[in-house]
Write a protein that binds this ligand. Structure first.
Ligand SMILES: Nc1ncnc2c1ncn2[C@@H]1O[C@H](COP(=O)(O)OP(=O)(O)OP(=O)(O)O)[C@@H](O)[C@H]1O
Ligand SMILES: CC(=O)N[C@H]1[C@@H]2OC[C@@H](O2)[C@@H](O)[C@@H]1O[C@H](C)C(=O)O
Length: 373
């Protein structure tokens, strides 16, 4: 593996627990030479329930190698599902395993407590490498934490590469990923990066509509479009100490809880939580100096029209433009999986994955564990 340009597959299963994203790219770990096709494979409801159970079981973990309760079995199943996803992707693209240099494997975050220096992503990198016959880089967050970082977000190095490939901007450009949790990366014209988690993204909406209506998410924001914002409830979320703290900290899915039953009807709850998702990004972007001129919105939340409308009008009042990833020439579904492909190549080359301006790590550090096939 001495050649400069590598072909890498990235695998992401994010905090929404909606499925496995597969992307492919060619890169030298600095420039993105080519972004390829993308495949999203949803989890069936029964497996999502097993993942949720694993998140519950993870609450007792004190050492990141522990696998209490159902976790060991779920980790194996998750890994085999990733191997099957790669096979499906390769078959669909007419590619063979020999044509892939490396796979970047995120795994599933089951616990994230940056204040205790603890982050756990389940996923057996060695098993995945053996199943696929391709080397795997996994566990990319741990080394950052060892060096005083928050262990997240890791996508910013990739956002910076995308921005660098789009020419020199004259204003601060801010990538926003609205996944289960939202995070942002601001890239100044001089190339400097600031990044951090910005608040709850879709996770509250997903948990709310699942509990109230038995559906996994509010498609297009249609339920929200029939409701109104409950100001009291919204304020309770937006006054959370996370937004006003001196130090930016990364979030766990459980840092915010959905409204209690009876606090809102279905539509008003969905509308209020969509407003909270948009307003939290704006509140968090308020820590940036100068305020960005352009926001590029990625992740599943960009498909919720109410979040987008709210965010457009709030950012517009601050004089900023808002584009979806696609409007900016990127693929908003594939971006995180692409990032894991990019980071895997950086890891192989010993390049930094995180920086003081992204995770608060003491110095730029690489990371990840290499499992050979
Ligand atoms: N068509 C749609 N309309 C509205 N919301 C959608 C749509 N499609 C996806 N979403 C939302 O996006 C979520 C998935 O987003 P994404 O895949 O970016 O998150 P993730 O990668 O799991 O999370 P994270 O980035 O926090 O790790 C879904 O759970 C849902 O809430
Ligand atoms: C611990 C963990 O898995 N964090 C996720 C989560 O989902 C979004 C946000 O919170 C971000 O910090 C991170 O994922 C993205 C992919 C990242 O590390 O950049």
């Amino acid at each position: 593996m001495t050649q400069d340009l590598l072909t890498a597959i990235g695998l992401m299963s994010g905090t929404s627990m909606d499925g496995i994203d597969v992307a492919i790219m060619r890169t030298d770990g600095e420039r993105i030479v080519e972004r390829g096709p993308f495949l999203g494979i949803p989890f069936d409801p029964a497996f999502r329930q097993r993942l949720k159970r694993a998140l519950e079981d993870a609450k007792t973990i004190r050492d990141r190698r522990e696998r209490p309760g159902t976790i060991a079995a779920v980790e194996r199943e998750l890994t085999l599902r990733h191997a099957a996803a790669v096979k499906e992707f390769l078959d669909a693209q007419g590619l063979s395993a020999e044509e892939i240099d490396v796979v970047g494997f995120h795994g599933q975050t089951v616990l994230h407590r940056p204040d205790e220096g603890l982050t756990v992503q389940i996923g057996d990198g060695s098993l995945l490498a053996r199943e696929m016959g391709i080397p795997v880089v996994y566990d990319m967050r741990a080394n950052d934490m060892v060096h005083g970082g928050q262990g997240a977000p890791l996508v910013p190095a990739y956002h910076a590469a995308l921005a660098a490939g789009s020419g020199r901007p004259e204003e601060t450009v801010c990538f926003v990923n609205i996944g289960g949790i939202s995070n942002l990366t601001a890239i100044a014209p001089d190339g400097s990066i600031r990044a951090y988690d910005s608040g709850p993204g879709n996770t509250l909406i997903d948990q709310w509509v699942e509990r109230e209506a038995g559906i996994p998410y509010d498609q297009g924001g249609r339920i929200a479009s029939e409701g109104r914002v409950l100001e009291e409830l919204a304020r309770r979320y937006l006054e959370h100490p996370f937004f006003s703290a001196e130090k930016r900290r990364s979030l766990d899915r459980n840092d915010f809880a959905p409204p209690a039953p009876g606090e809102a009807d279905l539509a008003d709850g969905a509308r209020t939580l969509a407003h909270v998702a948009a307003a939290s990004i704006l509140q968090s972007a308020g820590h940036l100096e100068p305020f960005p001129g352009l926001f590029i919105i990625c992740g599943g939340g960009r498909l919720n029209g109410i979040i987008m409308d709210d965010f457009r009008s709030m950012a517009g009042r601050r004089g900023a433009r808002v584009l979806s990833a696609e409007e900016a020439g990127f693929d908003g579904d594939a971006m995180e999986a692409e990032a894991w492909a990019y980071l895997a190549v950086r890891s192989l080359k010993g390049l930094p994955l995180t920086f003081p301006g992204t995770t608060g790590v003491r110095k730029p550090v690489s990371g990840g564990v290499l499992a050979r096939d």
